[in-house]
Design a protein around this ligand. Structure first.
Ligand code: HEC
Length: 137
């Protein structure tokens, strides 16, 4: 009898997790997304030293220095746009692939700092969160 209860509550918990409440609390695993999609170029720790780096005509950026080069503030919108391929610095020579389509999917509302929430694909938000967590400064 007891076992059944435990199973039943486990099942309920699962159902609860799968519910899409549009909050950023149920994001995919940003670290895993990073390892799968970015580490080959940007390196396991984001320092721009992935194994593909030496074959690129342009060195991948050190992603742990994003905040530092932005006056100490994590440039979240810029990071999201860069991944998405929507906005790129004029120096971008196409060395980095666009992930907009590959990492699209369910959107969550992301606060962009101007008080306006912007619907953003959850994988991109998860990746930005992960990158923010590995900033050197
Ligand atoms: C094929 C190699 C490659 C892959 C894979 C790649 N990047 Fe890049 N990335 C680059 C290169 C090269 C640059 C340098 C900027 C350029 O293209 O001019 C760059 C630049 C960036 C920048 C801008 C940094 C800055 O200081 O302006 C961000 C942010 C970034 N990448 C994030 C990511 C994320 C997140 C992923 C995975 C979803 C990823 N990149 C996957 C090669 C790659």
């Amino acid at each position: 009898m007891r076992k059944t209860w435990i199973l039943a509550s486990a099942a309920l918990a699962l159902v609860a997790c799968e519910q899409d409440d549009g909050m950023t609390s149920d994001l995919p695993d940003g670290k895993r997304l990073y390892t799968e999609n970015c580490a080959a170029c940007h390196g396991a720790k984001g320092q721009g030293d992935g194994e593909l780096a030496q074959h690129l005509f342009k060195p991948p950026a050190d992603l742990t220095a994003l905040s530092e080069s932005n006056g100490g503030e994590f440039p979240r919108n810029y990071v999201i746009s860069t991944m998405d391929g929507f906005v790129r610095g004029e120096h971008v020579g196409g060395a980095m692939p666009e992930f907009g389509e590959k990492l699209a999917g369910r959107t969550v509302i992301m606060q962009t700092g101007d008080g306006i929430g912007t619907p953003t694909p959850a994988p991109l938000v998860a990746l930005a969160d992960y990158l923010e967590s590995i900033q050197a400064k």
